[in-house]
Each structure stands twice: as C-alpha cells, then as structure tokens.
Write a protein that binds this ligand. Structure first.
Ligand code: ZN
Length: 252
C-alpha cells in the first residue's frame, strides 16, 4: 500500500461529519508502462481494468466506497453530484453526499479539495493556468455558497512550480489581466533565464485566501510534479498518467 499524503478534517460545526482526504502520486497502483503505476485518468490511453483498480484503491484511502471523478476541460463549470461516475466537461464537483469520494486529477495542474463550514459540503477542483484565468476556484466557492456554506479548509495536491513552468509573456499577461494583484503576485514568478513562469498552486492558495479561507487551513500535500519523480508530470514526460486528490465525507 502507498498513499502520498492523507488526513482527516474534523467537522467545523456540530452535527457535521469528519472529512477524509488522500493525495496520490504515481506509486502504489496497477498500471504499467508510462502509466506506472497509480494512474487515475481514463483519457490518457491506459487500460480500463488498471484505471478502475487504481480508482478503487484511492476511494478506499479516502474512506469511501464510491467515487466521482472529472474529465476536466480547463474551464470553470462546476457540477453537483450525488452518484458515482465520470463527469465530463467540468472542472469542479460539489457534493453533500456521504461515502462518495470526489476526485480531481492532474499531472502539473493543481488538484484541489475544499471543505465547507457546514461539515456537510465538499468539493474537488482541477485548476491549471486556464483555470486561474477562468477562476474555477471562485466558481466552486460560489457553488458552495449557493448551498449555504463557505470554504473553511483546502488541500492542494502536487503541481508544477513556477521555476519549472516558464511561459511566453503573453500567457503571464493573460493571468495578470484576469486575476487580482494578490493572485498575480503569488502566481507569476521569474525563471532563471528571465522568462516569466506560472506557479498555479501558489495562485490557487492566494485565491483561496481572498475567498476567506484562513492561510493555516490551506494544506499543500505534495511538491513540484516536474522535480519529484514520485509524481506524474505531463510537462516532464508527455505520455503519462494522472495523480489526484480524493475527498469524502465519512459515512459515520
Ligand atoms: Zn519545479
């Protein structure tokens, strides 16, 4: 058995249930070849039996028996779910169901888990640089607000750091134009050669603070995908798998 990092967040309100999360890397699964071994994505060319076995393992690590996962599209649409399955075309999932693990995937982009103040609502979000521009994290927080709760805790899985993600100036300009000064300051770095780089994880952290999440309640569960051989990185390897973060409200 192998899990990169996991934890339990106690309910912030009486009557809530504890929430369990698990951040995964590339080890501990059944996939082979470029997907070795805990690939969770069904859209990267890996065999379905391996992917399903891996998802089942991660569901258990999150303390649940059912799983809902996104095939994300770098947008800002968020779906409410209360059943297991693959949800295509969205970058955020929200649920109030118990025993249902929500999973966000990435291999350089940031998988994010959010916990609501009601001890009942949870969300999983996929955010890359386009997600920062589209404010998918804000969209998930708004959806949670519509359900009557605010974000009190967040856990971020591994993602590419700014030094390892140099971008053309036009791309950092797009982030600067779309995001607040605080998010821009956190997300845009200068790489060794003077080129701008985007650190999406830091940008997501700054956005969460803007949304009212206490800094000490934002947990970064893994490091840079490019630098850590224990994580999948599309940027480093091209054809590869996807790790993720799973979050579930415990049944009892
Ligand atoms: Zn790095």
């Amino acid at each position: 058995m192998f899990v990169l990092a996991a934890g339990v967040i106690d309910p912030p309100t009486a009557g809530g249930r504890p929430v369990r999360w698990a951040a995964t890397g590339r080890w501990g699964g059944s996939s082979v070849g470029p997907y070795t071994s805990l690939n969770l994505a069904g859209y990267v060319g890996d065999g379905e039996p391996s992917v399903l076995a891996n998802r089942s393992r991660v569901t258990g690590w999150a303390g649940a028996s059912r799983l809902a996962v996104m095939d994300a599209v770098h947008g800002a649409d968020v779906a409410d779910v209360d059943e297991a399955g693959v949800v295509a075309g969205v970058d955020g999932l929200v649920t109030q169901a118990s025993d249902l693990a929500l999973v966000a995937l990435g291999a350089d982009c940031v998988p994010v888990a959010l916990v609501g103040s009601d001890g009942r609502t949870i969300a999983a979000v996929h955010c890359g640089w386009r997600g920062l521009v589209a404010d998918v994290v804000g969209a998930a927080a708004r959806r949670m607000a519509a359900l009557g709760t605010s974000v009190t805790h967040a856990v971020l899985g591994g993602s590419v750091c700014g030094r390892c993600y140099p971008v053309p100036p036009a791309r950092s300009d797009e982030v600067r134009a779309a995001c607040s000064a605080d998010v821009t300051r956190a997300a845009i770095v200068t790489c060794a050669d003077g080129q701008p780089g985007i650190d999406v994880g830091r940008g997501v952290g700054a956005r969460l603070v803007e949304l009212g999440v206490p800094r000490e309640a934002i947990h970064v569960a893994a490091g840079c995908t490019v630098e850590d051989a224990g994580l999948f990185s599309y940027r480093r390897d091209g054809l590869t798998g996807r790790q993720g973060i799973a979050i579930a409200r415990m049944a009892s």
